[in-house]
Design a protein around this ligand. Sequence first.
Ligand SMILES: NC(=O)c1ccc[n+]([C@@H]2O[C@H](COP(=O)([O-])OP(=O)(O)OC[C@H]3O[C@@H](n4cnc5c(N)ncnc54)[C@H](OP(=O)(O)O)[C@@H]3O)[C@@H](O)[C@H]2O)c1
Length: 329
Amino acid sequence: MVQAKAWILTKHFDGFPKESNFQLKVEELPEPKDGEVLLEALFLSVDPYMRPFSRVRMKEGDVMIGTQVAKVIQSKNAEFPAGVHVVGRSGWRSHTISDGSGLIPIMPDWPRDVSLSLALGIIGMPGLTALYGIEEVLGLKAGETLLVNAAAGAVGSVVGQIAKIKGCKVVGSAGSDAKVAFLKELGFDEAFNYKTVASWEEALRKAAPEGYNCFFENVGGPFSSVALSQMKDFGRIAVCGSISTYNDTQPQTGPFPHMTMIFKQLKMEGFMQSRWEKKHPESLRRLMGWLKEGKLQNREHITKGFENMPAAFMGMLQGENTGKAIVAV
Ligand SMILES: NC(=O)c1ccc[n+]([C@@H]2O[C@H](COP(=O)([O-])OP(=O)(O)OC[C@H]3O[C@@H](n4cnc5c(N)ncnc54)[C@H](OP(=O)(O)O)[C@@H]3O)[C@@H](O)[C@H]2O)c1
């Protein structure tokens, strides 16, 4: 018997999440049966998608959705012997009984000097999102200029670095001066604090007077319209996320810049990284290769303690994180 903790969504979010939306539940788990394993979470991910997905994928009373890196601590499943590490979609749980379905073993040659938490970040879903957005959606080419917003976050910081690997000029926007300094450390050519510049239009024009070939869109809302007005003709836009709208109580109905889209003949495509799931193993190996070669730098914002999951989630939505927001148990 093991004592397991889980965070429950007690009430659907209305606007920005509050402590009162969550409740910590403790329960005894039985021994795993034949074919099952007992998982112990080591690192849990808090991600922006949890906010919009909670409405469509969860009922009140469900355990919060989410991904974790876990260790198999008891096994009656030959595929996952005790001691191996996996990435699992077990939600916000400290311990989980699983029949093995959906568990992804950590790649066998994972380097000893790389924390397993990166399997939730740069060598995981956010890193894959950055890679596919750039290669599959934008088709970014050397010499082009790329704009990315939420640039100091899990996805954005990898987007900028991959674009530099590909020989592009990279401009990023982020919500603090410390984040802007971090982007410069990563090799971004230009970066600005979208909360303090006098005008987004001016900041974007100053950073790239030539205009933008590609825009990796993470934020949505009014910033997008301004960014679109700074695109070059035939510019491409990868719509990855819309974090500025996730806590809205009413859907935004602001004017869509149709005339900009038409006159500049822009191409815009929304995407989810899961579309290229078959490529994940090879793509993760490429990301790990770049990391080990020093071409990608990693930053994490680690919150300690399973009891702090809601605080870590709310903090990430408010921009407390630089790099990937992770909870270490
Ligand atoms: N399509 C896909 O498959 C996929 C996969 C993963 C993620 N995503 C999307 O990619 C985006 C980034 O995700 P992530 O995991 O990398 O998160 P993240 O950037 O690590 O964390 C979220 C960041 O969003 C910024 N933010 C919050 N409210 C904002 C606002 N009103 N305006 C501008 N920025 C705001 C904050 O940074 P600042 O301090 O800079 O404001 C915060 O740190 C999200 O929109 C997410 O939904 C999509």
